[in-house]
Design a protein. Structure first.
Length: 292
């Protein structure tokens, strides 16, 4: 392979080939698959500082949600002022609303190299021997839709990988919901909403009838766009829930080797986020006097 990505693809080929040779006495026919898993783990370990920074940024966003809501209420009729104050708040805290996208973007070159590696018949002018390896007889360069037909080993391998990947994405989405920026605000206002009254309002205010539209401020030119306000608070959380499922779509059309890469990467992300939340919960409990 030649071109801009020829050098990284060649380097990845030699690395995976060396790992395959090293693991063959132990893993046998699954040595190439194990090499891809180790290669993916090495990439994720290399990117772990970015992932940790993103997780801390998401936790900080959740912690700042009460202040964001206060700014939105205070400057509801001054959208430009609201944007400036919101940017100043994020800058002071050193966070951003899309911090969670950084690890995804950083992984994309590695996934692209893996994809091209198992799409190239030759690498550095020699035959790509990795294409002859496989998982239960399915070549690592094969695609799901290139199988022999329904109920074949080829389809069974891909369906199993996609099913496990979808389950991990669902679990990852649930964890992301717990640490999403809107989670803290929702938890803090849940009791008030269930009670049916606004904090500071008279006791009978919840039962009083109001004309339609009386509960919202009148629309004025230059007021804050509701869609923009919603996006400011929920867009990162929505992306965090949607993005994991994109990997399932990519794996369905990618070579088997890339699907294995994605499965390993999503498993790593899930374990990483779960460990981070456990440590954060433990640290929060340790700071509370008398907490166990």
């Amino acid at each position: 392979m030649s071109g801009f990505l020829g050098v990284p693809v060649g380097a990845a080929y030699h690395l995976v080939s060396a790992l395959t040779s090293l693991l063959t006495p132990v893993a046998g026919g699954l040595a190439a698959v194990a090499a891809i898993v180790l290669f993916t783990a090495a990439v994720r370990l290399l990117l772990s500082p970015l992932s940790l920074r993103a997780l801390r940024g998401q936790a900080a966003m959740a912690r700042l949600m009460p202040q964001v809501q206060a700014l939105r209420t205070r400057y509801s009729r001054q959208p430009e002022r609201f944007k400036r104050e919101l940017s100043a708040l994020y800058q002071r805290e050193g966070v951003g609303p899309f911090a969670g996208l950084l690890p995804v973007l950083a992984q994309w070159p590695f996934l692209s190299v893996t994809y091209l590696l198992f799409r190239s018949a030759t690498v550095d002018g020699t035959r790509n021997h990795l294409l002859s390896d496989g998982l239960f007889g399915v070549p690592l360069g094969a695609h799901w839709l290139s199988g022999a037909g329904l109920f074949s080993v080829h389809d069974a391998v891909f369906v199993a990988i996609l099913a496990i990947l979808a389950a991990l994405c669902w679990l990852s989405a649930r964890l992301a919901k717990r640490s999403a920026p809107g989670a803290a605000a929702t938890a803090g206002t849940g009791t008030t909403r269930r009670a049916g009254r606004v904090p500071g309002a008279p006791a009978g205010a919840a039962n009083s009838k109001k004309p339609r539209g009386a509960g919202a401020p009148p629309a004025r030119r230059g007021g804050l766009d509701p869609a923009e306000a919603l996006a400011d608070s929920k867009a990162p959380g929505v992306l965090a829930k949607v993005l994991p499922y994109v990997t399932v779509v990519i794996a369905a059309f990618a070579p088997l080797a890339a699907a294995i890469y994605l499965l390993t990467s999503v498993t790593w992300s899930f374990a990483e986020r779960r460990l981070f939340l456990r440590r954060a919960a433990w640290a929060a409990g340790a700071r509370v006097p008398g907490a166990r």
